[in-house]
Ligand binder design. Structure first.
Ligand code: FES
Ligand code: FE
Length: 441
């Protein structure tokens, strides 16, 4: 693993280097991975630093000199476009005495002036100048006092990722078998254009960040955790969206795919048959009937396709460590502390469709974050509460392990299995272990 000198210095403080196998076993992980602050601090350096981490979507930085403040683990960073439109990410940390130089969430700026003592930096990081330079000696070298940089920043079809590792594979290689699923999600827009809407839906929970990732690929919980939502859907008709989770889902056509590099996906699409079926099985939405009438009368040839893209994508794609595509939403996991996490849902519109479709997509995207996600977050907090029992040491992830007839592997090494298999956890912990052990690809 080749990393910048700053990062190597922190590595020296590692607490369990090389000994993580005791904490991550084939079928279980140790509770302290969710409760120990030292583990968390190490994750923030190694997991959120030595692999590709999702930072932002390009549509949030639409023009030259746009910027967006975010984080890489705990490190505040600013993702910027320079005047030519090229992407960068710099540490939001003044070279003088460490204050953040950018305090805005988004905007347009050619440079940032640190509010503390006025040092000014270009949006590519170089120090432009410090006020009253006569106060510095001859050894004051502006060229060495720029903002630190996230050394690798790359975009895949609008999704911007960054890493501090020089030895991580290319971003397309890292995405690997997740790429076709991401492509499907993006290509629901006829012109491939995805637009993140301006305001985000944010929710914090008192629990470790991995609880959200444990849940992203979990097809076991919906029938229990989202019972009230499913019961409401059942009252509206037998096959409404997600109600199939309640009927021995392992016997149904839905599958979970373990995609490698910690990524996984639940494919709900096989529950739907033929054009218009995704739309027909949506839960109730305000204005739904009028909308369908309008689309069918205005675009009779294309109505089923337009109605289907007005509903959710019907996949749950988890890209390790912090990106979850759920329905039409981009959800970002932001660790704040060992027992404190923020989830940000960004609603999306798509290009190449009539505006009415995007209006209905917004209604669709009000559904699950409001009615379903609070169930999940309640579980995350209750797991964290349960983890306080220090005498009970293990979290199990053994469902589907060694079960005859569940798993098959394709020629690319992708494992397909029953939707309640906990393979998504076993898969990402393999990647977690590799990163925490400092092993190169
Ligand atoms: Fe930024 Fe002093 S901390 S100018
Ligand atoms: Fe859920």
């Amino acid at each position: 693993m080749v990393v910048s000198p700053e990062i190597s210095r922190y590595n020296a403080e590692a607490t369990r280097e090389g000994a993580w196998e005791a904490y991550v076993q084939a079928d279980r992980v140790h509770r302290t991975l969710y409760t120990d602050e030292q583990v968390f601090n190490e994750e923030m350096v190694k997991v959120f630093g030595h692999t590709w981490v999702y930072l932002a979507h390009e549509s949030q930085l639409p023009e030259p000199n746009s910027f967006l403040s975010t984080k890489l683990g705990l490190r505040p960073i600013v993702v910027t476009r320079d005047r030519h439109g090229d992407l960068h990410a710099v540490f939001n940390r003044c070279a003088h005495r460490a204050a953040t130089v950018c305090r805005e969430e988004v905007g347009v700026a050619k440079s940032f002036q640190c509010p503390y003592h006025g040092w000014t930096f270009k949006n590519t990081g170089e120090l432009v100048g410090a006020p009253w330079p006569q106060g510095y000696g001859a050894d004051f070298d502006k060229s060495k006092l720029g903002l630190g940089k996230v050394t690798r920043v790359q975009s895949y079809r609008g999704f911007i990722f960054g890493t501090l590792s020089e030895s991580a594979p290319s971003l397309p290689d890292y995405l690997g078998e997740a790429k076709p699923w991401l492509d499907y999600w993006i290509d629901r827009a006829p012109n491939g254009e995805v637009i993140v809407r301006s305001a985000a839906h944010r929710m914090g929970y008192r629990g470790n960040w991995k609880l959200a990732f444990d849940n992203g690929g979990d097809g076991y919980h919906p029938s229990f955790s989202h019972r009230s939502l499913l019961e409401m859907a059942s009252r509206m008709g037998d096959s409404k969206d997600m109600s199939y989770f309640g009927k021995t889902p392992d016997d149904g056509p839905m599958k979970v795919y373990s995609l490698g590099n910690g990524h996984s996906v639940i494919d709900q699409r096989p529950n739907f048959e033929g054009p218009g079926s995704i739309w027909a099985n949506q839960r109730p939405q305000p204005g739904r009937e009028k909308f369908e009438e309008l689309i069918r009368s205005k675009y009779p040839e294309d109505a089923d396709r337009l109605l289907d893209v007005s509903a959710g994508a019907q996949i749950n794609l988890s890209i390790f460590p912090n990106l979850l595509l759920i329905g039409n939403q981009i959800q970002v996991i932001e660790p704040l502390g060992v027992e404190r996490t923020q989830l940000t849902w960004n609603a999306t519109s798509i290009g190449g469709v009539p505006e009415e479709v995007n209006t209905m997509r917004m209604r669709t995207q009000e559904d699950f974050p409001a009615f379903g996600e609070p169930d999940d977050q309640a579980n995350f907090e209750e797991v964290q509460r349960g983890l306080a029992v220090s005498e009970e040491e293990w979290i199990l992830m053994n469902r589907g392990l060694n079960v005859d007839g569940w798993q098959t592997m394709d020629e690319n090494g992708v494992i397909v299995t029953a939707v309640t298999d906990e393979i998504h956890m076993r898969g990402y912990y393999e990647e977690w272990l590799r990163l925490m052990n400092g092993e190169a690809k």
